[in-house]
Ligand binder design. Structure first.
Ligand code: MN
Length: 202
């Protein structure tokens, strides 16, 4: 099987009280695992079997809906786990802080715009901070498990931070209060990792 569930780089309870242990465990071992299993099944016997997940996303129009939904699910969650963490939160620093200042009008404006993108995404989807082809940052959202790497995406770029706003990501602890979950997310963002991804994408 070419695709595997990545290990979580911290314990399930490491993000308490912002994201609870039960949500993290179900999200990782059930939801993300299901995307990986279904992606392996969908990729079997197709070109996707021998491609990495980024390349699959970039060429997603050539593949089945099952590959799009589950490949997106695998890519998005892998990025999500990496860009949050127990020592997260606070303000960005280094190059990403400067870029947020110049490209997005500063951290407070970024926080408002990103939160609005997450809040107004109707139904299930993701909010993103991306690096566009011209190297500038942008904030957007996508439906379902689509992402800005995908050639079918309305918003295009390399995602360096993503927020899962599917109900499975927050319902146990936050129920219908998506805004509270979005606010809590800002307490767990691993800005050091986001900065690394920014430099790589640029
Ligand atoms: Mn999810």
């Amino acid at each position: 099987m070419p695709f595997e569930l990545p290990k979580l780089p911290y314990a399930y309870n490491a993000l308490e009280p912002h994201i609870d242990a039960k949500t993290m465990e179900i999200h990782h071992t059930k939801h993300h695992q299901a995307y990986v299993t279904n992606l392996n099944n969908a990729a079997m016997g197709t070109d996707a079997e021998k491609m990495n997940i980024e390349a699959i996303c970039k060429n997603i129009s050539k593949f089945s809906m099952a590959t799009r939904n589950n490949g997106g699910g695998h890519y998005n969650h892998s990025l999500f786990w990496e860009t949050i963490g127990p020592n997260g939160g606070g303000l960005p620093s280094n190059e990403i802080a400067k870029a947020i200042e110049i490209d997005l009008g500063g951290f407070e404006k970024f926080k408002t715009d990103f939160s609005n993108a997450a809040l107004t995404r109707f139904g299930s989807g993701w909010a993103w901070l991306c690096v566009k082809a011209d190297g500038k940052l942008c904030v957007c959202s996508s439906p379902n498990q689509d992402n800005p790497l995908m050639d079918i995406s309305e918003c295009k770029g390399t995602p360096i931070l993503g927020l899962d706003v599917w109900e499975h990501a927050y319902y146990l602890h936050y129920q219908n209060k998506r805004a509270d979950y979005i606010n809590a997310f800002f307490s767990v963002i691993n800005w050091q990792k986001v900065n690394e991804l920014y430099l790589k994408a640029k």
